[in-house]
Design a protein around this ligand. Structure first.
Ligand code: 13P
Length: 337
């Protein structure tokens, strides 16, 4: 019951999720591109900027944290988990140990982190986490993905989901088909369908409670280098068609990743997905990292005197995606008030 209530709360109307669970290496790359030194303190200060932005609690139901951040506190001494909980934003935690090369399958990956996971999950729950995330990555090119990569990742996702539910934590199940490459929309649709099918087969085989989990998929888009880039409508249609074919109606919500789309494009796609004539059985919302954080991170660029203006951009972006999640976004709303 608790799992189902938490899952429903995460995808409640007007709400979405902030993914702020970049590993220190990943956030380091984003900082480096803007000339921001990557230290424990700059990472902490940046996360404080995000979590204390005025007004976000109206639009965010949850924030996914990284291990380091879960243990950190604001300058005023409030643990981030408590600070978020006080704003009625559920704290979540990324629990995978990253995608590693899949032996025997060059160019493909398997997400690690199952060893000792039960104990880590129990400790995270103790520290205040209420949900979790595990990301699998699937690559597309002429000869990939292999059946083996899809099966292995689906199996790991299902084992993770079972352990999370055992500990009373809602699992966000994230099988990400990457946008890298020159494949077209149709190829992304085929691969995303195969991956989702396998993921739900594995979840079913392990006995996961579908009502108590959230799916975090990619939208069905063409590869970044595809010469033919589809418009917003074809992306929304292909994404909805794929989800309807492969995601059981018992799943309460689907929270998309942004995957390298521009913030505007991600919002436009989410909006179109929520404007379809016939209502899909699941809530369709966001769990973006880059598409929410790019504008505020660039505005802040590590400067203390830019915190307020960066927070304004962040709240604006979160609000636009809340509108998109209700089908009420338009490009005209982009201008920062
Ligand atoms: P992006 O929205 O930047 O794709 O990140 C989402 C995420 O959490 C990846 O695991």
């Amino acid at each position: 019951m608790e799992l189902e209530a938490t899952a429903r709360r995460l995808v409640a109307p007007e709400c979405g999720i902030l993914a702020a669970d970049e590993s220190s290496a990943t956030i380091g790359k984003r900082f480096e591109a803007l000339g921001i030194p990557c230290t424990v303190e700059t990472r902490r200060a940046y996360r404080e900027l995000l979590f204390t932005a005025p007004g976000i609690e109206r639009y965010l139901s949850g924030v996914i944290l990284y291990d380091e951040t879960l243990k950190q506190a604001s300058q005023g001494g409030a643990r981030f988990v408590d600070l978020l909980a006080r704003r009625e934003i559920l704290p979540g935690i990324k629990v995978d140990a990253g995608a590693k090369p899949l032996a025997g399958h060059p160019g493909e990956f398997i997400t690690e982190g199952l060893d000792g996971l039960r104990e880590r999950l129990a400790a995270y729950r103790e520290q205040g986490a209420r949900f979790t995330k595990w990301r699998a990555v699937i690559t597309i090119d002429a000869s990939r993905p292999s059946r083996t990569a899809i099966r292995s990742n689906a199996e790991a996702l299902a084992r993770y989901a079972m352990l999370a539910q055992e500990q009373g934590l809602v699992p966000i199940v994230e099988p990400e088909v990457l946008m890298d490459g020159d494949h077209d929309l149709a190829r992304c649709e085929t691969v995303t369908g195969m991956v989702l099918h396998q993921v739900f087969e594995s979840l079913h085989a392990h006995g996961a409670c579908l009502e108590g989990l959230i799916l975090k998929p990619n939208m069905v888009v063409a590869g970044k280098k595809c010469p033919e880039q589809p418009g917003v409508e074809p992306v929304a249609e292909a994404t909805l068609r794929t989800l309807r074919r492969h995601v059981p109606a018992a799943v309460p919500g689907i929270a998309f990743l942004s995957g390298g789309q521009t913030p505007e494009r991600a919002s436009a796609h989410l909006n179109a997905l929520n404007q379809g004539a016939s209502r899909p059985p699941w809530q369709l919302t966001f769990s973006f990292s880059r598409a929410l954080q790019e504008p505020p991170l660039a505005a802040w660029a590590g400067q203390a005197d830019q915190v307020a203006s960066a927070q304004k951009l962040f709240t604006h972006r979160v609000r636009l995606n809340s509108l998109a999640r209700m089908g009420r976004y338009s490009k005209d709303l982009e201008a920062v008030p």
